[in-house]
Design a protein around this ligand. Structure first.
Ligand code: SF4
Length: 453
């Protein structure tokens, strides 16, 4: 039997938090001397970083695993790892379901991959899902982009939305200190990155687990304070953050975003439902009126700000009338983008055992109607860019048209225009918008922005 090369392959499912975790785990494997293998069948270590937000996301990993588990019978030194939210949710049960697995590790253990793999190489089958304090990562993440970077600021979530597995699988809130966050961003600036996205499941909770209270009695460290603290890092031209929570979204934060030029005027604030009874059953902790007020306040300070959100249809007990309240909110607010999903009962969540579960027919009908409305409103929002000059940070070549490059406006709108990626990558270019679709724009470069860094 041939010994497998020290090559690794990572498959990532789910959210930006998982993408950031995968980049750090890749960094650890590179640090251990492994090389990336584009083809999983040429890799000696295969890691699946999984998502459990909905059942279909969870089921995806099992089809992948099946193939490699078979291969393992031929290649005994193949190392199979399941990380992320399904690993945390299933734990030992995953080993019973897929005995070929070597390591099952929850999201809180991502930075411990080296120690855990060492235990595997010593001949153990390892399950790491106990709640731990997340240690700072010392290795250099293998980032997908050289232009824009994810920066975790808070892990976990203390909320208890009745449909959500995140608190069960990602644990309690753990904020990184402002100093280590700034240090990471300074390093990114030195490496030539132009944009950072601060990440947290509930980013508005940033800092409330860190010590320190101001004389006014509020937490010393908040997202607003963090934005002021990192704003002058040299080399970084754009700062984004996600995901916000309407329950904790403050006017103080909105003011800061309006004041700080590098903070992009794009807010991702999930509303989930436009009906107060549903919001109460979801335990979201705000009303549709409070949500509208937040959007109105944002638009008072930044009239052209982009607003995106998440919405769930078919939550247990949702009536046609309550669903129409969601449609009404989408109509009234005019979102640039809404990520939509049909309710999916998740293990260990309160709503999963409620009686009033709706049929798949009703859920998919409502999802279709909501998606239709979301596209119409998004196209209306895209139209406002027509004829305008927008600053676009160039990220990649357009995979469908090699004569074009792709980037995003400050408002996070995908924008395509003619250009050479080798010349324009990582540059801020002024683009005149000449055409629009629901979720993207097309334009012509008019000028390169000179940034003083
Ligand atoms: S805020 Fe609610 S929906 Fe978001 S991660 Fe926390 S529990 Fe889940």
């Amino acid at each position: 039997m041939t010994t497998l090369p020290r090559r690794y392959h990572i498959i990532t499912f789910g959210c930006q938090m998982n993408k950031a975790d995968s980049e750090r785990m890749a960094g650890i494997l590179e640090d251990m001397g492994f090389e990336w293998s584009e083809d999983p069948n040429q890799a000696g270590v295969i890691l699946y970083n999984t998502c459990s937000i909905r059942d279909n996301a969870e089921q995806k990993v099992y089809s992948y695993l099946g193939r490699q588990a078979k291969r393992k019978h031929e290649q005994l030194d193949l190392t199979l790892i399941v990380a992320g939210c399904v690993a945390q949710q299933e734990g030992e049960a995953l080993l019973r379901r897929v005995p070929e697995l070597d390591l099952v590790m929850g999201p809180q253990h991502a930075n411990r991959l080296k120690d855990l793999l060492q235990q595997v190489f010593d001949g153990n089958q390892v399950v790491a899902t106990e709640q731990v304090h997340i240690m700072e990562d010392i290795t250099k993440p293998q980032r997908d982009s050289t232009v824009t970077a994810w920066v975790n600021v808070i892990y976990g979530c203390n909320e208890r939305c009745t449909y959500c597995v995140v608190p069960n699988v990602r644990g309690v809130e753990q904020s990184r200190t402002p100093f280590v966050i700034r240090t990471e961003i300074e390093e990114l600036g030195r490496q030539g990155y132009k944009e950072v996205t601060l990440l947290g499941q509930n980013i508005d909770a940033y800092g409330r687990d860190l010590p320190g209270v101001t004389s006014e009695g509020r937490h010393q460290h908040t997202l607003t304070d963090l934005l002021y603290y990192i704003h002058d890092v040299s080399g970084i031209e754009r700062i984004r953050f996600a995901t916000s929570h309407p329950r904790y979204f403050t006017e103080r934060l909105i003011k800061a975003c309006a004041e700080l030029p590098k903070v992009c005027e794009h807010f991702h604030i999930p509303f989930q439902s436009g009906d107060n009874e549903m919001l109460k059953r979801m335990a979201r902790g705000y009303t549709k009126e409070k949500y509208r007020q937040i959007i109105n306040t944002i638009r008072e300070y930044m009239p052209d700000a982009s607003i995106s959100a998440d919405a769930i249809v078919g939550f247990p007990g949702e009536t046609e009338e309550q669903f129409e309240n969601t449609l009404q909110l989408v109509t009234d607010i005019g979102f640039d983008l809404v990520n939509t999903a049909a309710y999916s009962p998740r293990p260990g969540t309160p709503a999963a055992v409620w009686e009033e579960q709706l049929s798949e027919e009703i859920k998919s009908d409502r999802l279709q109607r909501l998606n239709h409305l979301v596209s119409i409103k998004a196209a209306e929002r895209s139209q406002r860019y027509m004829g305008r000059i927008e600053e676009v940070l160039v990220e990649v070549q357009n995979s469908k048209d090699k004569t074009q490059v792709m980037g995003r406006t400050s408002g996070n709108r995908l924008t395509f225009f003619a250009g050479d990626i080798n010349e324009l990558k990582g540059k801020l270019i002024k683009v005149k918008i000449t055409d629009f679709r629901a979720f993207s724009l097309t334009g012509e470069a008019v000028e390169e922005l000179v940034v003083n860094g």
